[in-house]
Design a protein around this ligand. Structure first.
Ligand SMILES: Nc1ncnc2c1ncn2[C@@H]1O[C@H](COP(=O)(O)OP(=O)(O)OP(=O)(O)O)[C@@H](O)[C@H]1O
Ligand SMILES: [Mg+2]
Length: 244
């Protein structure tokens, strides 16, 4: 579903070059839950944001579902981004909009469905994430776990093929984390969605991921099935995460 071919990224700030991702090749299969783990600054968010071109690569190619994303023009990119949902550590909900309106927003912006079709879809999505009774609330009236469920419903609204999760559970307590991870696993199974998930915690990887890549200083230092990486960690960074 997602293929990185020698992709690299260097940021330029005030004339200085900041290498964030060394040339990286990677394949993520359709329907996988793929984990990216690494310490702060390792390049995880950069790698994730390259997938939907929130960051432009400095070189290399990114192929998603057979199409070269790096060659898309602005209008192709807009269409493509509707196939890629994203959720964030701090939820990024609009405080002045209700739960239902937050979930409806991508559909309203896409402008393809009528008002009543959007209402119907929002009702379905809120039921899927277990928030049917909260449609008319505002984000400030929800718990952290509930806010992330709104984020998930919003990310699913356009029926994406891929869901990108940047530390989606890092702001949640362990029990809430477990229930959000369970929801992501359900979504992966039932909707056959490919999920790429960033975390600092090996426990998150163990609970939901099929495969994992360990990142360190802008490169993938180890990668494989979760069972293999847990049982036979090779790189010192991986060993430290597994011990934790
Ligand atoms: N927009 C930017 N401009 C300049 N440098 C950036 C930018 N975004 C990230 N970087 C740099 O790129 C490197 C990788 O950052 P990135 O955000 O991908 O790390 P990360 O693994 O997601 O870290 P964290 O776990 O703290 O979120 C870091 O050195 C960071 O300072
Ligand atoms: Mg990050």
């Amino acid at each position: 579903m997602i293929e990185f071919q020698h992709v690299h990224k260097t940021y330029r700030v005030a004339g200085r070059e900041i290498p964030a991702l060394n040339p990286t090749s990677l394949t993520i299969e359709n329907g996988q839950v793929f984990g990216l783990i690494g310490h702060s600054g390792a390049g995880k968010s950069t790698m994730l944001r390259l997938i939907n071109r929130l960051e432009e690569p400095s070189g290399g190619k990114i192929i998603v579902d057979g199409e070269d994303v790096t060659a898309f023009n602005a209008s192709q990119l807009r269409g493509f981004r509707q196939q890629v949902g994203m959720i964030f550590q701090h939820f990024n909900l609009l405080a002045s909009k209700t739960v239902a309106d937050n979930v409806a927003l991508p559909l309203t912006l896409a402008g393809k469905l009528s008002g009543s079709e959007i209402d119907k879809r929002v009702t379905e999505l809120l039921a899927r994430v277990g928030l049917s009774d909260h449609a008319r609330k505002y984000p400030a009236q929800l718990s952290g776990g509930q806010k992330q469920r709104v984020g998930i419903a919003r990310a699913l609204s356009t029926n994406p093929k891929i869901l990108l999760c940047d530390e989606a559970t890092s702001a949640l307590d362990p029990q809430t984390t477990a229930s959000v991870l369970q929801l992501l696993a359900e979504i992966n199974r039932e909707l056959k969605l490919t999920i790429v998930l960033i975390t600092h915690e090996m426990d998150v990887i163990r609970r939901v991921c099929d495969c994992v890549a360990v990142m360190d200083a802008g490169q993938i230092v180890e990668q494989g099935s979760v069972a293999d990486v847990f049982l036979h960690p090779q790189h010192p960074t991986t060993k430290r995460f597994v011990q934790e």
